[in-house]
Structure formats: structure tokens, C-alpha cells
Design a protein around this ligand. Structure first.
Ligand SMILES: [Zn+2]
Length: 100
């Protein structure tokens, strides 16, 4: 007699535009400027203060940001994040492709 089959799949699809790196971590407060915040990774115990670029560097293992790389992130999760980044960037600013 369970009737819990309608709570899923209500909000699918149009989520990419609202997404930001702050959704991937526990962060302090949502400031008006979107600058540096204190945040902690949802996947590992890592904590830091910094901007969204630090979150990105932590999760995607990008060097040059003085952050420790996430030890818990999976290849699958990484790919999902990269897809979100790509979707986000394509909506927020035009991409100029130079074709031969
Ligand atoms: Zn982490």
C-alpha cells in the first residue's frame, strides 16, 4: 500500500542554469558578491576559504590554485561536473568557435 511513486522526477531537465560550484560544497552564506566563502567539500573532509574557482580546482584537480585535490570524487562525478561547466558557460557567454 505504498503510494510514494510520484515524488521523483518532478524537477528534471532545466537545472543546469541555476547550478553553481556552491551547490557542490557546503558553504557559509550566500553573499551578494559571490566572492570568497568558507566552504567544505561534500565528498571529503576538506575545508577552505576561497572563491568558486577554488571549489572547481578542488573537485576537478586543477593545479595552480593552491588547493588540495579531492580524494573522494569519482570519475563519473567529475564528468558530470565538466558537463555542467560546459552547459553553464555556453549559456552565460557566447562561444566563438574558429573553424578552418
Ligand atoms: Zn573533496
Amino acid at each position: 500500500m505504498a503510494s510514494s511513486s510520484q515524488a521523483t522526477a518532478s524537477k528534471r531537465g532545466k537545472k543546469t542554469q541555476d547550478w553553481s560550484w556552491w551547490d557542490e560544497v557546503h558553504s557559509d552564506k550566500i553573499g551578494p558578491t559571490g566572492g570568497a566563502r568558507s566552504w567544505s567539500c561534500k565528498l571529503c573532509p576538506y575545508k577552505r576559504k576561497g572563491g568558486a574557482d577554488k571549489v572547481r580546482a578542488h573537485l576537478l584537480h586543477e593545479s595552480g590554485h593552491e588547493v588540495r585535490f579531492c580524494e573522494r570524487i569519482t570519475a563519473e562525478k567529475k564528468r558530470e561536473l565538466l558537463e555542467r561547466v560546459a552547459a553553464n558557460e555556453s549559456t552565460s557567454r557566447p562561444v566563438h568557435l574558429v573553424l578552418p
